[in-house]
Ligand binder design. Sequence first.
Ligand code: JFZ
Length: 439
Amino acid sequence: MKYLFNLLVLLSLFYRSHAQTATVSPAVKTSEAVLNDFMDQRFGMFIHWGPVALRGTEIGWSRGTNVPMQEYDNLYKEFNPVLFDAETWVKTAKDAGMKYLTITAKHHDGFCLWPTKFSDYNIMNSPYKKDIVGELAKACKKYDIKFCVYFTVLDWHDPNYPIHLPDGKNPDPKADMTKFVTTMKNQLQEIVTQYQPYMLWFDGNWESPWKNEYGADIYTFLKKLDPDVIINNRIGGGQPGSHPKLGPEILGDYATPEQKIGELNMNNPWETCMTICQQWAWKPNDKLKTLKECIQTLAKTSGGNGNLLFNVGPMADGRIEQRQINRLKEMGDWLNNYGESVYGTKGGPFKPTEVFATTRKGNKLYVHVFERKSADLTLPALKGVKINKAYLLKGGKINHRQDAAGSITLQLPEQLPNTDDSVIVLELNTNAEKLPVIS
Ligand code: JFZ
């Protein structure tokens, strides 16, 4: 009897570990070279857009909450963003110093911004009738911006998906997940073959109808269509809503901390997604982040060895708000001066703080100074490392000293050259990228 009980326990453990572990063959996983290339980009534009911009409420989440469901589901009949110009958006991203762009081809409300054959709820049935995803893909190619697609798993509009409202309650018995997964694959096949996205940003995988095996199946399916397509970590099933981690039990190529800066991690790739205002979709008079917040967020993500996917929500007429364009351009101006300390660097070896963050490349350690708290900035010791030279990235010698233990003191100029982030370069007698993380 006891033996039987143990056997059952073992069997259930075995079953559970298999149910949770992704059944993706290591052979189809995205290569390290591709992921390293992705992480070198450091800065991308996220775009949340759809007919909901007509109401200025949150995309997906306001369906059946702030906006009655009937009303929300009919907004597409008035969606006519005549001022949309894909090249203008892409140039806005380019001028901000962004290297990739991710558009919500389909968000939780189910509306498709491309002419899919597998749902009538798409842009061709709006008065606008133009392939928004396709035009963005084309403009990105023209301006050498990597084109990426956001595609939600959960779809509260599709009758084959059991949940129909943001509250996640009252599963519909008429729903059919097998059909739903088939539609999803058909739509993803359209996206991958027609637009060749560099990366797919999944989302909405946390509701109970979604199973890990669906995610593994889709991951494998996509990698057969394009072995190099990068896939984020929101495709597996049975996982919590905020996705700061990667691990053997989690499907996907990189972690996606949301609205917060990820932690320093030299092993697993990550990308913070964050809004330039507060809402993902456009909202009138939404509170815009200051330039200081924007630049320091980018410096801290780079300093933590991660990417920043910075979100704008364009208006219903097709334009991005001018004040947001201006803010992005200011980030681009800063990157024109300091980009060397961001693109293609690694984060660390120090953890970013409110005062400084570090990035590194070759024998250079870049110290991003956010604030002049006092005349000296002291960094924790780097054992056995000698600083050959210290200077401001935009010119000017920096006096420095190292004590016997190796700790580094930099004498800051009375006026930092940039009020948001001034970068000091330390040339080391060794490869900075090989230094272990200082915790
Ligand atoms: C998700 C989306 O729901 C959101 O609309 C946006 O697209 C963002 C990038 O991703 O955001 C989430 C995901 C999970 C939770 C909250 C917001 N959650 O579980 O609390």
